[in-house]
Design a protein. Structure first.
Length: 106
Protein backbone atom coordinates (compact mmCIF):
# COMPACT_ATOMS: atom_id res chain seq x y z
CA UNK A 1 0.00 0.00 0.00
CA UNK A 2 1.51 3.34 -1.08
CA UNK A 3 2.29 6.18 1.29
CA UNK A 4 1.25 9.55 -0.13
CA UNK A 5 2.48 13.01 0.86
CA UNK A 6 0.76 16.17 -0.37
CA UNK A 7 2.43 19.55 0.14
CA UNK A 8 1.03 23.03 -0.41
CA UNK A 9 3.88 25.54 -0.51
CA UNK A 10 3.56 29.31 -0.59
CA UNK A 11 6.82 30.83 -1.82
CA UNK A 12 8.35 34.28 -2.14
CA UNK A 13 11.16 35.12 -4.51
CA UNK A 14 11.93 34.74 -8.20
CA UNK A 15 9.20 32.30 -9.23
CA UNK A 16 11.05 31.02 -12.30
CA UNK A 17 14.12 30.19 -10.20
CA UNK A 18 11.98 28.62 -7.49
CA UNK A 19 10.18 26.50 -10.08
CA UNK A 20 13.55 25.40 -11.48
CA UNK A 21 14.75 24.43 -7.97
CA UNK A 22 11.57 22.48 -7.26
CA UNK A 23 11.85 20.71 -10.60
CA UNK A 24 15.51 19.86 -9.92
CA UNK A 25 14.50 18.59 -6.47
CA UNK A 26 11.78 16.41 -8.02
CA UNK A 27 14.10 14.81 -10.56
CA UNK A 28 16.88 14.29 -7.98
CA UNK A 29 14.43 12.56 -5.65
CA UNK A 30 13.12 10.30 -8.40
CA UNK A 31 16.66 9.41 -9.46
CA UNK A 32 18.16 8.91 -5.99
CA UNK A 33 15.33 7.34 -4.03
CA UNK A 34 14.16 3.90 -5.16
CA UNK A 35 11.27 4.03 -2.68
CA UNK A 36 9.73 7.09 -4.33
CA UNK A 37 7.24 5.96 -6.96
CA UNK A 38 6.21 9.36 -8.31
CA UNK A 39 6.47 13.09 -7.67
CA UNK A 40 3.93 15.46 -9.22
CA UNK A 41 4.19 19.25 -9.14
CA UNK A 42 1.67 21.86 -10.27
CA UNK A 43 0.84 25.53 -9.80
CA UNK A 44 -2.67 26.97 -9.61
CA UNK A 45 -3.37 29.37 -12.47
CA UNK A 46 -4.76 32.03 -10.14
CA UNK A 47 -1.99 31.79 -7.48
CA UNK A 48 1.43 31.90 -9.17
CA UNK A 49 3.35 31.82 -5.87
CA UNK A 50 1.72 28.56 -4.72
CA UNK A 51 3.13 25.15 -5.60
CA UNK A 52 1.25 21.93 -4.99
CA UNK A 53 3.14 18.69 -5.01
CA UNK A 54 2.34 15.10 -4.34
CA UNK A 55 4.92 12.44 -3.61
CA UNK A 56 4.06 8.75 -3.72
CA UNK A 57 6.30 6.34 -1.80
CA UNK A 58 6.17 2.56 -1.72
CA UNK A 59 5.71 2.66 2.07
CA UNK A 60 6.24 4.68 5.24
CA UNK A 61 9.89 3.58 5.50
CA UNK A 62 10.60 4.94 2.01
CA UNK A 63 9.19 8.31 3.09
CA UNK A 64 11.34 8.28 6.23
CA UNK A 65 14.40 7.55 4.08
CA UNK A 66 13.44 10.53 1.90
CA UNK A 67 13.07 12.88 4.88
CA UNK A 68 16.37 11.70 6.37
CA UNK A 69 18.17 11.82 3.00
CA UNK A 70 20.21 14.52 1.32
CA UNK A 71 17.72 15.62 -1.35
CA UNK A 72 15.39 17.62 0.93
CA UNK A 73 18.37 19.11 2.79
CA UNK A 74 20.01 20.19 -0.47
CA UNK A 75 16.77 21.69 -1.78
CA UNK A 76 16.14 23.76 1.34
CA UNK A 77 19.79 24.86 1.52
CA UNK A 78 19.54 26.16 -2.05
CA UNK A 79 16.27 27.95 -1.26
CA UNK A 80 17.90 29.56 1.78
CA UNK A 81 21.05 30.53 -0.14
CA UNK A 82 18.87 32.45 -2.61
CA UNK A 83 16.90 34.00 0.26
CA UNK A 84 13.67 32.49 -1.08
CA UNK A 85 10.84 32.02 1.40
CA UNK A 86 9.03 28.67 1.56
CA UNK A 87 6.06 28.11 3.82
CA UNK A 88 4.87 24.55 3.40
CA UNK A 89 1.98 22.64 4.83
CA UNK A 90 1.86 18.92 4.32
CA UNK A 91 -0.34 15.96 4.93
CA UNK A 92 0.61 12.31 4.62
CA UNK A 93 -1.03 8.95 4.91
CA UNK A 94 -1.59 5.49 3.53
CA UNK A 95 -3.39 5.16 0.24
CA UNK A 96 -6.96 3.91 0.50
CA UNK A 97 -7.09 0.70 -1.49
CA UNK A 98 -10.71 -0.27 -1.11
CA UNK A 99 -12.60 -0.27 -4.40
CA UNK A 100 -16.38 0.13 -4.47
CA UNK A 101 -18.08 -2.96 -5.84
CA UNK A 102 -18.26 -2.88 -9.62
CA UNK A 103 -15.74 -0.05 -10.04
CA UNK A 104 -12.07 0.13 -10.96
CA UNK A 105 -9.38 2.48 -9.73
CA UNK A 106 -7.24 4.18 -12.38
Amino acid sequence: MSYIVHVTAVVEGDLEQIEALINEYRYNCLQNQPGMESFYVCRPLDQPNVFLYTQVFKDVDAHKAHIDGDDPKTFFAKMEAEDFQFQGRWMAGLEINSVPKGQLLN
